[in-house]
Ligand binder design. Structure first.
Ligand code: MN
Length: 375
């Protein structure tokens, strides 16, 4: 049996991971960590029988303990660190939202446990630190994001050196809208993503294309590629999840139904493939595919992400923090859709980038940026 710990079990990726596990044999859930959705966590405990769980709030510990006296209940960031120190784990899937996953991920790496990574902030904020530590400890960082999973699948053999990475983007709900129309949009419209069902923050990031920008930064770290060799292509049908171009001009694509189940499963079963939840789930008959160049003027968030990535150091930390508070402000109706990009632009202009920040400096800059640009 392969032992797995799932951080963020009640979120979108977390619940889909458990669905994937329902179809796989030889996997045992060692531990679950959740935020505040204690009702769902309780159901998950009943079904998957973890030995330990961790919750966000102290007051939820007692409730879980009284309901499930046989399991150990931990709490907060210490709880996540404790779960990530358990060397019985074969793999830890990190699907917590925000920066909370960063320290536990580093802890798991130090304990030489492989990581399936669904959390964007980890590499955007601290990609240099995380990847260096992973190399030193000979730990694999397996991407759960569909685009990075596609790249990993296309790369196949290590000798197959990538020449360029081509990341696909659906283009989001505003692909064919004008800037003026985008300016008048509200949260409800921006949350209507044409292809993917995801959390609220990432859906808004898909509408601004910031999500794709963050993915470019992640790809730079995961696959050790220069930003000039990472391209983005708009592909509204979301059937090709990304491409890798090789030196000889050959391009490989990974194709499939737009569903997170496949990339989740691949991260868990890597480097093998198994029959699973999406086996026989997709037919190419009748499918159309088109590809377009992204419009950097219409979607400046994508451009700013490239620039922040190239600057490196603390710049992506500021990009990420300013974007997150701006998206929250927009969702709460406090600013307009186009104010999101303005906030990020201002934050980047105001910031003097620091090269090679420590983890503590990264957290400081993150908090400062949120304070300054949040409302
Ligand atoms: Mn993605």
């Amino acid at each position: 049996m392969k032992k797995i710990t799932l951080l963020g079990s009640t979120g979108s990726i977390g619940t889909q991971t458990l669905e994937v596990l329902d179809y796989l044999e030889d996997y045992e859930v060692l531990a679950l960590a959740a935020g505040r959705n204690i009702t769902l966590l309780s159901k998950q405990i009943e079904k998957y029988h973890p030995k330990r769980v961790s919750v966000q709030r102290e007051e939820d510990v007692k409730f879980i303990k009284s309901k499930f006296p046989q399991i150990e209940v931990l709490c907060g960031i210490e709880g996540l660190m404790e779960l990530c120190s358990d060397t019985q784990n074969d793999i830890i899937l990190v699907a917590t939202s925000g920066k909370i996953g960063l320290k536990p991920t580093l802890c798991a790496i130090e304990n030489k446990i492989n990581i399936a990574l669904a959390n964007k902030e980890t590499l955007v904020m601290a990609g240099d630190i995380v990847m260096k530590k992973a190399r030193e400890n000979n730990v694999k960082i397996l991407p759960v994001d569909s685009e990075h999973s596609a790249i990993l699948q296309c790369l196949g053999d290590k000798n197959n050196q990538a020449y360029k990475l081509i990341i696909t983007a659906s283009g989001g709900p505003f692909l064919y809208k004008t800037r003026e129309e985008m300016g008048h949009t509200n949260a409800l419209e921006a949350l209507k993503h044409p292809r993917w069902h995801m959390g609220r923050k990432i859906t808004i990031d898909s509408a601004t294309l910031m999500n794709k920008g963050l993915e470019v930064i992640e790809a730079h770290h995961l696959f050790n590629m220069d930003y000039s060799d990472i391209k983005v292509v708009i592909h509204p049908q979301s059937l090709v999840h990304s491409f890798v171009e090789f030196k000889d001009g050959s391009i490989l694509a990974q194709v499939g139904f737009p569903s997170m189940h496949i990339p989740i499963q691949y991260a868990l079963t890597y480097p093998t493939r198994q029959k699973g939840i999406k086996t026989d789930g997709f037919s190419l008959y009748g499918q159309q595919m088109s590809f377009e160049k992204p419009d950097f003027n219409k979607f400046p968030c994508l451009k700013m992400a490239y620039e922040a990535g190239k600057t490196g150091g603390s710049a992506p930390v500021v990009l990420n923090a300013a974007n997150e508070v701006a998206v929250n402000n927009f969702l709460e109706g406090k600013i307009s859709f186009l104010d999101i990009e303005k906030t990020v632009y201002k934050a980047l202009c105001d910031h003097t980038p620091m090269s090679n920040p420590t983890l503590e400096e990264i957290f400081e800059i993150d908090i400062e940026t949120r304070k300054k640009y949040g409302k």
